[in-house]
Ligand binder design. Structure first.
Ligand SMILES: *Cc1c(COP(=O)(O)O)cnc(C)c1O
Length: 368
């Protein structure tokens, strides 16, 4: 008899997350030099890590035979100070993805429901499936989360509502008023999760930390993977009221945030110049893509994050054809958006190369 029969069925049923295509893999398959490949597929920071973060890691390297501080004292203290919260509000994760998993670990079971938007970040659905919970999808007209509709969808079995703000892959934001309205309707048996992976890119960010300070059942997710350029280290965090944070702390591995990640994050946080350079690059890049798409008559979703969703016809074909020319974008068929691709904003040179290659391959796509 197959061992599959004895494995956890929820795990066996899972369709694995498909990440952006790695540069090394692409180089191997196409016989290209890794340096010649432009990857705009995973919303990474093309400027790299902050120089101060690299220096902190170099200093830390000789000490990695020692286990990390499992309590993450220095980094959690710095985060608490930055946001005017207490140490008890901060939970570190192996990327904010781990906090998503911890939330599901702590609050889901086969009788529970998780609510998210139709075009939400796909990890929520994977995690709901992993824990056998019911995944409830609420339509998002014009690609904007309908948080009133999400509040309407809450039942006695709902345990988690995920609001990605801004959302990936749509790049759209829900404003303060709508969030306040949603929070006014949040019943005691539900945790609201605000996934703010792109928070640093926002000019006019809604305040969700006030809900944490008010002691509401919320968890705000942030990460060092995007604006801070530390995606490879896997370091993110949740900011939550003590009654939520203390449950998450119990579920995590003792050393889930590694020592290199902790020192690099601490250094990156203090490097305001690197963040400013990143935002300047991103704003210029977003304007560049908007103009390029408009000139070509391509529909796009105006974005406040570091990526942009554009309608190209056959997204998979465009992805494959651009890949052959060494530019990696992200096809969106996994998000039920087969006509769209998502392009991360890179450096000026990367963005220009991307549009050049797009121009080379678009006619072929349009004619099939
Ligand atoms: C990138 C991303 C994350 C998390 O990334 P980590 O690298 O695990 O911190 C979380 N949520 C959304 C919506 C994202 O796009």
């Amino acid at each position: 008899m197959s061992i599959q029969k004895f494995a956890n069925q929820f795990v066996c049923d899972l369709v694995a997350y498909e990440p952006g295509k790695p540069i090394e893999e692409t180089a191997r398959e196409l016989g290209l030099e890794p340096d010649s490949i432009v990857k705009l597929a995973s919303n990474e920071n093309s400027l790299g890590p902050a120089p101060s973060a690299i220096a902190a890691m170099e200093k830390e390297a000789s000490g990695v035979h020692i286990y990390p501080d499992g309590g993450g004292y220095k980094l959690r203290t710095a985060l608490a100070e930055k946001y005017d919260l207490g140490l008890e509000n901060v939970v570190l994760g192996n990327g904010s993805n781990e906090i998503i998993e911890l939330l599901c670990h702590c609050f889901l079971n086969p009788n529970a429901e998780l609510i998210a938007a139709e075009h939400a970040f796909v990890v929520y659905k994977l995690m709901a499936t992993l824990f056998g919970a019911k995944y409830v999808e609420v339509t998002d007209p014009d690609f904007i989360h309908d948080v009133d509709g999400m509040a309407d969808a809450i039942t006695e079995n709902t345990r988690l509502v995920f609001i990605a703000n801004p959302n990936n892959p749509t790049g759209t934001l829900v404003g303060q008023e709508a969030l306040d309205r949603f929070m006014d309707r949040l019943p005691d048996h539900v945790v609201a999760v605000f996934d703010e992976a792109y928070f640093e890119f926002l000019e006019d960010a809604p305040d969700t930390l006030k809900y944490v300070r008010e002691g509401k059942n919320v968890c705000v997710l942030r990460t060092f993977s995007k604006a801070y350029g530390l995606a490879g280290l896997r370091i993110g965090y949740g900011l939550a009221a003590p009654q939520v944070a203390s449950i998450l702390q119990k579920a995590r591995q003792p050393f889930n945030a590694n020592s290199m990640a902790q020192v690099a994050a601490l250094a990156a946080m203090a490097d305001e110049e690197h963040v400013k350079n990143t935002l300047d690059m991103n704003n210029a890049g977003l304007r560049f893509y908007e103009q390029a798409f408009s000139e070509r008559g391509l529909e796009y979703v105006p974005s406040v994050a570091n990526f942009i969703l554009v309608k190209v016809g056959d997204g998979d074909a465009l992805f494959q054809n651009m890949l052959k020319k060494g530019v990696i974008v992200r096809a969106m068929s996994g998000y039920k958006l087969p006509e769209w691709v998502r392009i991360s904003v890179g450096t000026e040179a990367e963005n220009q190369r991307c549009i050049e290659v797009l121009d080379e391959v678009l006619p072929a796509i349009a004619s099939v």
